[in-house]
Design a protein around this ligand. Structure first.
Ligand SMILES: Cc1cc2nc3c(=O)[nH]c(=O)nc-3n(C[C@H](O)[C@H](O)[C@H](O)COP(=O)(O)OP(=O)(O)OC[C@H]3O[C@@H](n4cnc5c(N)ncnc54)[C@H](O)[C@@H]3O)c2cc1C
Length: 386
């Protein structure tokens, strides 16, 4: 649903302008320094990018799902690190509070996240809880009006720079799986919470990812999101369900940009007396990219509209995440092929960086295999036996 076509059109133009005029010219600098320059973070704050999905009542833009994915198609055409900088606040780091937070929690955190004053992260993954995300070992022991957290979270986007952490922990000892897991909101500076150094990784330079260590970390009992013990896994799943559609869109923008780069190259690179774009086998690569991008965009938009109508999109969200991220990987590979040797050499073309940056999409927020299982399970459940 688009609430007001004219004002939303102007908003999208502003996002496009930011990407073309401010972000893309600084991509090489971000790759080299491993950081988003402060002045650009400030521009993102001033432009309201941190609060896209946060309700207007708490200082955000309150974008509908359709508006959010259309904006994500645009923003993600700049290097992944730019959208990852705002992406936890306008996504997994705030969504738990939006869907299940108490009024007091929403008032304390959401305005600060919407303005970008604070950065958030969502810490689910642990050494023993990856694809099996409910295998939570982090413990939250009740002590009067407090909980004491002990455990380790791993691979957490923006943890090294986060001011607030949404953390899943087991509040009911002896339980297994999703049962007995609560979600807490914990502020940096709480004694016993330490974030590790950013990891060295394959791609996405400028997007810091690290571990979170909890050692006798005492927090008030009021830090449980929604104030309900044992409901944390459901909260996180609600947040992730929306996030899958969002991430699918954030995987489609990069595919659009990579194809644009590849088409530019193919038009100017001459071999056998003509631009390589005139060779029909190169045209086949272009056609396959364009067709798959169109397919992803179509399914994401249809799913977003369905969600905005209040319909159940659990199956569709999983299919969008699975298809769009795999599609992006195939587009990256074809575009490197279109660039030829220049596609492999970072000094010649940015496509080498894109190829590495997008590899992550198929791994996080549910690997492709986990989504295949999910899609098949839901399909089998919904298909009546003869
Ligand atoms: C850079 C980065 C950023 C991340 N950001 C965050 C974040 O912000 N917050 C957060 O909580 N987590 C985050 N993650 C964690 C991410 O979600 C997990 O890495 C992911 O869910 C996979 O878990 P795993 O790495 O333990 O792999 P594993 O679960 O060990 O999987 C290994 C392989 O086995 C396959 N596999 C596992 N189980 C099955 C099965 N039942 N059937 C078939 N195949 C299976 C997987 O598909 C995969 O191919 C991030 C990870 C990375 C690398």
């Amino acid at each position: 649903m688009i609430r007001d076509e004219a004002s939303f059109g102007a908003f999208l133009d502003a996002v496009r302008k930011f990407v073309r005029d401010k972000a893309i010219p600084r991509e090489a600098e971000v790759e080299q320094t491993g950081e988003i320059p402060d002045d650009l973070v400030q521009t993102l704050r001033q432009g309201g990018f941190f609060g896209w999905s946060i309700p207007e009542a708490y200082g955000g833009a309150g974008l509908t799902t359709e508006e959010l994915v259309l904006a994500a198609f645009e923003l993600s055409q700049g290097a992944v690190a730019f959208r990852a900088r705002v992406g936890t606040n306008t996504g997994i780091g705030s969504e738990g509070l939006v869907v299940d937070g108490t009024e007091e929690q929403k008032k304390r955190y959401l305005p600060r996240l919407a303005s970008g004053e604070w950065t958030s992260c969502l810490a689910i993954t642990e050494p023993e809880a990856g694809s099996e995300a409910s295998n939570v070992r982090t413990m939250a022991r009740r002590d009067g009006d407090s909980f004491i957290l002990d455990g380790e979270k791993r691979y957490i986007t923006n943890a090294p720079i986060a001011d607030v952490f949404t953390i899943t922990a087991r509040t009911e000892p002896g339980t297994k799986g999703a049962k007995g897991v609560s979600a807490f909101i914990v502020e940096r500076g709480t004694p016993g919470l330490v974030s590790g150094k950013p990891y060295r990784k394959m791609g996405q330079a400028g997007s810091p990812v690290g571990s979170v260590f909890l050692d006798s970390c005492r927090i008030p009992a009021s830090s449980i999101i929604g104030g309900v013990e044992g409901a944390g896994f459901a909260t996180v799943m609600k947040a992730l369900n929306k996030q899958r559609i969002h991430l699918a869109a954030l995987s489609t923008g990069p595919a659009m940009r990579m194809l644009e780069l590849a088409v530019d190259h193919a038009r100017t690179r001459v071999q056998f007396g003509q631009p390589v774009a005139q060779h029909q086998l190169v045209q086949a690569l272009i056609a396959d990219c364009q067709t798959e991008i169109f397919a992803a965009r179509s399914m994401i938009l249809e799913t977003a509209r369905k969600r905005d109508r209040g319909e159940d999109v659990v199956l569709e969200a999983s299919m969008c995440k699975y298809f769009a991220t795999e599609m992006c990987g195939r587009v990256a590979d074809r575009c490197v092929q279109i660039f030829g040797g220049a596609g492999y050499v970072a000094d010649y073309a940015p496509i080498e960086r894109w190829f590495r940056d997008v590899r992550l999409f198929r791994l996080y927020e549910g690997t492709s295999q986990i989504h295949q299982l999910n899609i098949a399970r839901l399909t089998l459940n919904r298909t009546p036996s003869p």
